[in-house]
Write a protein that binds this ligand. Structure first.
Ligand SMILES: [Zn+2]
Length: 384
């Protein structure tokens, strides 16, 4: 088999002999575009969600890290505090607001997936509305394009708190992309290059395995996240701006006029001490930013620095091993919907460190009705 291939190549050489001889000079193979290589890829849902991480991002930029951001949607729903524009037109404005907010910090590599704003706390609803498969394909492409060391995203889970379904969806997609972008069998057309004319859809990317994934929670409770990852004070002073990181985050947030004009206007009535108190309280960024380590493929400690153990260069892709399925009784009842999805999701992506409330929780507005989906399993041969 091998021999015949070599003979085949020899035959080709003979046929092309004179032309090949004329092209003896070395051929330069183009490398990936270095302008898009990133250290941290932030994956969030809506314009302004980046604010959940901006004090830390300002610190990382101070340390020379390269940061890029992906938004799931353009934020086309919700009220407009700055003008008359609504719906798709509002989305066009919010894209610019998000780009301007990040440009304030020096981040210009910013992308938007094709997700649509979804008013729900049910992640499955958001994934359906976004077009899960299409958005995942887009995000895997961006991971391969930006080759991040670290993914930073919302924690996928069901909690009392804002816990927006779209926020959860961004965390689900980022986790899936973490496990897929290095896999040469996932979206293989992205990592194939055109070999002849009329193959213009092959993208010529390379597989890329990020090294660590960290989450930030969108929950009211904080107890179960403590000690699960590193913490960074928002009051430390930036080397580059000589301002505290919370202040840089606030300046960045000023771009979001359509979402927070009344709040931003109210800042004009406050003195500096009042602004600091508000920005570093629990209703602002609180005193420190806390992340949860999802998983690391390069070792390091749970609460150590985000870049602990990260060295330059790629690492080998290893297909993640799912934990063993729990043993079920012959007859069983369990919460279905997002609750059973997340139990399976944590298992499938080997997220053994990921906190989740036990017993499960969800907020219910009073007066109101909560519909609880259940799986009823009967593994016996009889009706029960
Ligand atoms: Zn949001």
């Amino acid at each position: 088999m091998r021999r015949s291939v070599i003979q085949g190549v020899g035959f080709l050489f003979l046929l092309l002999g004179p032309r090949v001889a004329a092209a003896q000079h070395p051929v330069t193979v183009p490398l990936p575009d270095g302008r898009y290589k990133t250290d941290i890829l932030v994956v969030v849902a809506h314009p302004d969600d980046e604010g959940a991480a901006t004090p830390y991002l300002a610190r990382a930029l101070d340390e020379g890290k390269r940061v890029a951001v992906v938004f799931g949607t353009r934020g086309s729903s919700g009220a407009n505090e700055a003008g008359a524009e609504q719906a798709a037109a509002l989305g066009e404005i919010r894209e610019i607001e998000a780009r301007n907010a990040l440009a304030t910090l020096g981040i210009t590599n910013v992308w938007f997936l094709s997700g649509k704003d979804t008013a729900s706390q049910n992640v499955l609803q958001s994934l359906a509305s976004w077009g899960h498969g299409e958005c995942l394909e887009q995000l895997v492409r961006l991971v391969r394009l930006t080759r991040p060391e670290i993914l930073l995203t919302f924690l996928p889970g069901t909690f009392i708190g804002e816990d927006h379904g779209d926020h959860q969806a961004s965390g689900v997609l980022a986790t899936e992309a973490f496990d897929l972008a290095g896999d040469p069998t996932a979206f293989p057309e992205q990592i194939s290059g055109p070999m002849k004319r009329l193959e213009p859809l092959l993208e010529n990317l390379r597989p890329w395995q990020p090294k660590k994934i960290y989450y930030f929670a969108d929950a009211d409770r904080e107890d179960i996240f403590r000690g699960k990852g590193p913490e960074y004070s928002v009051k430390d002073i930036s080397k580059s701006s000589k301002q505290p990181y919370w202040r840089m985050a606030l300046e960045s947030f000023r771009a979001h006029q359509t979402q927070a004009k009344s709040f931003l206007d109210s800042l004009a009535q406050m003195d500096e001490a009042q602004i600091e108190k508000m920005a570093t309280s629990d209703s602002g960024w609180s005193e420190s930013q806390r992340f949860v380590l999802g998983k690391s493929l390069v070792g390091g400690t749970t609460t150590g620095d985000v870049f602990e153990g990260v060295k330059p260069g790629g690492i080998l892709f290893v297909r993640p091993e799912a934990a063993a399925a729990p043993v079920m009784a012959d007859l069983s009842a369990e919460l279905a919907g997002p609750w059973s999805f997340y139990a399976e999701f944590r298992r499938a992506h080997a997220l053994t460190n990921l906190p989740h409330p036990e017993p499960p929780e969800i907020a219910l507005q009073a007066p109101g009705t909560l519909v609880i989906p259940l799986w009823l399993r009967n593994q016996t041969a009889q009706a029960q």
